[in-house]
Ligand binder design. Structure first.
Ligand code: NAD
Ligand code: MG
Length: 390
């Protein structure tokens, strides 16, 4: 039996992971499941999968979680220290699916114990890519990407030599506002930004897809994970979300990964790697689909893509600044304090403010320094949001 933990078990990726694991319960020994809200779901899954421990990030919910787990044999725990402890319990496979920078510390914990890390939390690579890779290497741990695009690139590279790779193309659906007139974008509402044409995901990544901040994060993720030069990474708008990425080789070949927009493919690939096992995803009927379409990304519509390029060139801790500013701007938009299009203005302003001031961005990449610039960037972002409010 393989020991597995799922961090962010109550979220969209977490629930899809549980869906796969629950189909073959005898194959897995579930160690820890964690969530921040939705305690009922957490307790239900922990009972069903007979986990060793269920942890909520919210310490006010400990008694509630204990009540829900009474008599089940599953331990209940809460708060940051409990999350940290649970992330250190030895496992073979660790799903990192917390949303946001809060997912970084558990990702690192998993690598430090030498687990295979299925990485959905893209913020880990955006904020601390070199630290993640160095930690994996020094502990003989492996990172397997669980983002549809990066899983697709990873699969496209099996058996290939990186020296033969000319470019990597990640696709983008274009999100909710792909076809909106640009001048209307500033008035986009939370409800409009929270609905994705193709993918069913958590609210934050759905809004990030509409603003293209999700693709911006994925550009950085591609550079960090695969070590591809920024000039060789392209974004291609592909409204049908059937091709997730393409790898271009120096003989002119493009290898495309085609599949339905269902995260259980990327999760299942990482779960069974290096084997391929049958997965319960739709089989595409290309004759019925008929046509796939593509267009170049519009950087006026999506300034987040330009900002990502600046971050990739800048390096250091600028990814952590970018992510923290983006998360704070997103909170501002969700809270009704910031217009949709002002999110990119806030991130741009924070990157400018924090570059060269006190040298923080050039500090050594340690977890403490990432946390420090994250903290400063959130303060700067809140100030920028205040300037733009009302
Ligand atoms: P979600 O919002 O549906 O779930 C997030 C999970 O993290 C939940 O379990 C939530 O309770 C927990 N959580 C939230 N804040 C927390 C905190 N501060 N501390 C501890 N736990 C916390 O998110 P999701 O859509 O499942 O995305 C998870 C991660 O996977 C994100 O990094 C996202 O970018 C990435 N991802 C998601 C998809 C997708 O299809 N949903 C695709 C690719 C990558
Ligand atoms: Mg993706």
């Amino acid at each position: 039996m393989r020991r597995v933990s799922i961090f962010g078990a109550t979220g969209s990726i977490g629930q899809n992971t549980i869906d796969l694991i629950a189909r073959d319960p005898d194959a897995y020994d579930v160690v820890a499941l964690t969530g921040a809200r939705n305690i009922e779901q957490l307790a239900k899954d922990a009972r069903r999968l007979n986990a060793d421990v269920a942890v909520t990030a919210d310490d006010t919910q400990l008694d509630h979680l204990r009540d829900l787990l009474a008599g089940s044999g599953v331990d209940a725990a809460a708060g940051q220290a409990a999350l940290h402890e649970a992330a250190q319990r030895p496992v073979d496979w660790f799903m990192s699916a917390i949303v946001g920078a809060a997912g970084l510390a558990p990702s690192l914990n998993a690598l430090q114990q030498g687990a295979t890390l299925a990485l959905a939390n893209k913020e880990s690579l955006v904020c601390a890519g070199s630290l993640m890779l160095a930690t994996a290497q020094s502990h003989n741990a492996r990172i397997l990407p669980v983002d549809s695009e990066h899983s697709a690139v990873f699969q496209g590279l099996v058996g290939e030599n990186m020296d033969a790779v000319e470019r990597v193309i990640i696709t983008a659906s274009g999100g909710a506002f792909r076809d909106w007139p640009i001048e209307k974008l500033k008035d986009a509402t939370l409800a409009q930004a929270s609905s994705h044409p193709n993918w069913d995901m958590g609210q934050r990544i759905t809004i990030d897809s509409a603003s293209m901040f999700n693709k911006a994060m994925e550009l950085i993720e591609t550079k960090e994970y695969f070590g591809v030069a920024p000039s060789r990474i392209e974004v291609l708008v592909h409204p049908e979300s059937m091709i997730h990425a393409l790898v271009g080789f120096h003989d002119g070949a493009l290898m495309a990964h085609v599949g339905p927009p269902d995260m259980r493919h990327a999760i299942g690939y990482a779960l069974h790697w290096p084997e391929r096992k049958p997965l319960p995803v739709e089989r595409l009927d290309l004759a019925q689909i008929g046509a796939l379409t593509f267009r170049a990304p519009d950087t006026v519509r999506w300034p987040a893509l330009r900002l990502a390029r600046e971050v990739m060139e800048r390096g250091g801790l600028s990814g952590a600044v970018f992510n923290a500013a983006k998360e704070t701007a997103l909170d501002g938009f969700i809270g009704g304090h910031l217009k949709f299009t002002a999110m990119a203005d806030v991130v741009d302003a924070v990157l400018t403010r924090m570059d060269g001031h006190g040298g923080h961005i050039d500090d050594k990449m340690t977890l403490d320094n990432v946390a420090h610039v994250d903290h400063l960037a959130r303060i700067a972002a809140r100030a920028e949001i205040k300037k733009r409010a009302g």
